[in-house]
Design a protein around this ligand. Structure first.
Ligand code: F6P
Length: 547
């Protein structure tokens, strides 16, 4: 498909945007709002329980029209259809991209190589439900006959960030009789601290790894096995009662010693960073129960349907993606700050970092040509209001343009006095201050000394989106995650890159495999790296032998 498209910078809409950018560059959001008193009501859209206000972006009606034309010229419609049809759009791995099938309703049909995958998805879901019910009700017993009280998910990247984020996001709905821990880092401190106060007889490990070969996860899983057997008297029979696996690789699961009857599968058409609603979400289901998990899937599906069917002008993921392309490629923004004013979403920015940057951090087009434009911006963020007392200074008065996505909810899950109104006042205030700022005349009028005026001026004209929803429910979490998944998809379509591979992580992994024996060998290894790496290795070996 991509070969029939013009290179991005030669598409008519791109060229028109480049010309248009010069016209709009000097216009301030103050002017844009003054010229259109209803702008704040007009530049909004709504879907799957999420209300989006994108009026505080530096765009005119013309900009929006050109951006939507760019989406059309980039073949976005065809790419959306190709994804939902199960076409192998992950061309470098020859795979379909079907996280949308994970939340398709039971009767749906989505074909991969002529086979409907939806029944398999529901078979795994049913197996997860049966297992979750046994653990949550206390019917699943550990090796010594005790019920499970602790669940430890071992995984990294997509096999960790989604589960952690979802656990934190939905903690309000979770069973407080169960303790959840997440181990990802190969740094032993992660595992040691996670199990420090746990009783092995009451602990269940979920080893989550799509490939079941990831160095960090396998190392942690082996340590968990050792810890469990040591704590339970050494019988390897205990493993079956305390370990389950989530993977696409039954052979490796079985080689590790986990009964494949206790394995929850998924498929190569689910990317790691798109997998939190597959069996990788087993810890989420254990925490919040099958009903809430299914509600989360329904939220994902509602956003999928919106993305698939809504016209671009009203399509939340398409609008947000196009605005990010505008900010990134035409206004020169290098990052996007994601700022949830909801403490339960504290891990959402970290989750989005993998979703966005592992997907669109690419330097060649689908055809393998070097791009001559920027691809993914850097995503980062922290929950509000904490960030306000740390890095917001730079967003307000620094020299860089940092578009912000504010996320807020009308209702607190845990209402407490005046807290929620104060929280929401802050999110609205930040977006307002960023957009409109404070002019030298306004600062002066407050009686500020002349020399101090420049320090107290806020230029404004800083773009932001505000996403507002009723409350953080499992459905809304699903819709929110799907929103960003489809933003990433749309960005990838515009930039003509493959958001579904991650070859960029391979080199470091391969080098680490080579270096491990060089650190562990008793005799001096024959090092063949560059002089810096060789020297660091020698220095480390010396330091560790002189402890
Ligand atoms: O190294 C990157 C990566 O492959 C991610 O894409 C993935 O989410 C993570 O590692 C973990 O992979 P796995 O689930 O196979 O252990």
């Amino acid at each position: 498909m991509s070969s029939t498209l013009k290179p991005l910078t030669r598409r008519p809409a791109w060229k028109a945007l480049a010309v248009h950018q010069k016209k709009i560059k000097g216009r301030h959001l103050r002017e844009l709002f003054a010229a259109d008193p209803k702008r704040g009501e007009r530049l909004t859209a709504e879907a799957a329980g999420l209300f989006l206000d994108y009026s505080k972006n530096r765009v005119s009606a013309e900009t929006l029209k050109l951006l939507q034309r760019l989406a059309t010229e980039s073949g976005l419609r065809q790419r959306i259809d190709a994804m939902f049809a199960g076409d192998k759009i992950n061309i470098t791995e020859n795979r379909a991209v079907l996280h949308v099938a994970l939340r398709a309703p039971k009767g749906a049909t989505i074909l991969v190589d002529g086979k409907n995958v939806v029944p398999e998805v529901h078979a795994v879901l049913d197996k997860m439900v049966a297992f979750a019910d046994r653990v949550r009700s206390g019917r699943w017993l550990g090796h010594t006959g005790k019920r499970i009280r602790n669940v430890v998910n071992i995984g990294i990247g997509g096999s960790d960030l989604g589960p952690v984020m979802a656990y934190e996001a939905l903690k309000f709905y979770s069973d407080r009789n169960l303790t959840f821990r997440f181990v990802s880092n190969v740094d032993g401190a992660d595992f040691v601290e996670a199990v420090h106060d746990l009783n092995p007889a009451e602990t269940l490990f979920i080893v989550s790894s799509k490939t079941f070969t990831t160095q960090e996860t396998m190392t942690n899983a082996q340590s968990a096995r050792g810890w469990l057997l040591k704590g339970l008297g050494g019988s390897t029979k205990a493993v079956a009662k305390h370990f389950v696996a989530v993977s696409t690789n039954a052979e490796k699961v079985s080689a590790f010693g986990i009964d494949t009857a206790n394995m929850f599968g998924f498929w190569d058409w689910v990317g790691g960073r798109y997998s939190m609603d597959s069996a990788i979400g087993l810890s989420t289901m254990l925490a919040v129960g099958p009903k809430s998990f299914r509600a989360m899937l329904a939220g994902f599906h509602a956003m999928d349907e919106h993305f698939r069917t809504a016209p671009f002008a009203k399509n939340l993921p398409v609008l947000m993606a196009l605005l990010s392309v505008w900010n990134n490629n035409f206004l020169g923004a290098e990052t996007v700050a994601v700022l949830p004013y909801e403490n339960y979403l504290k891990r959402f920015p970290a989750y989005l970092q993998q979703l966005t940057m592992e997907s669109n951090g690419k330097h060649v087009t689908l055809a393998g040509k070097a791009v001559d434009y920027q691809t993914s911006p850097i995503y980062w963020g922290e929950p509000g209001t904490n960030g306000q007392h740390s890095f917001y200074q730079l967003i307000h008065q620094g020299t860089r343009l940092i578009p912000c996505d504010f996320i807020a909810f009308a209702h607190a899950l845990t209402p407490l006095g005046r807290h929620h109104d104060i929280l929401l006042a802050n999110v609205f205030a930040q977006a307002e201050a960023l957009a409109f700022g404070k002019t030298p005349a306004e600062v002066k009028a407050e009686g500020t000394a002349d020399w101090l005026v420049p320090h107290r001026v806020f230029e404004g004209n800083r773009p932001s989106n505000t996403i507002l929803a009723e409350r953080l429910t499992p459905e809304i979490l699903g819709a929110l995650v799907a929103l960003y998944e489809h933003i990433v998809f749309t960005q990838g379509a515009i930039w003509d890159v493959n958001p579904f591979d991650q070859w960029g992580v391979e080199l470091g992994k391969a080098l680490a495999q080579r270096i491990v024996p060089e650190l562990e060998s008793r005799s001096s290894p024959n090092l063949k790296h560059d002089s810096s790496t060789n020297h660091l290795i020698r220095r480390y070996r010396k330091m560790k032998s002189s402890r």
